[in-house]
Write a new protein. Structure first.
Length: 55
């Protein structure tokens, strides 16, 4: 999946969602909200994911 304002990775059953707007100090935007919801939906749909870590 491609996201504009977050990074999404799954490794060893752990989904890591990282806010990725350092130039704006990771200020929350509607796009980031959409990205976050899609990433959480992806983690929920993946039966191998046991942990979601937000960073």
């Amino acid at each position: 999946m491609n996201f504009e304002h977050i990074l999404y990775d799954v490794d060893d059953r752990i989904s890591t969602i990282t806010l990725n707007r350092p130039e704006n100090l990771n200020a929350w935007t509607p796009t980031m909200m959409s990205d976050m919801l899609r990433a959480l939906d992806a983690a929920d749909a993946d039966d191998d994911v046991r942990v979601v870590m937000l960073s």
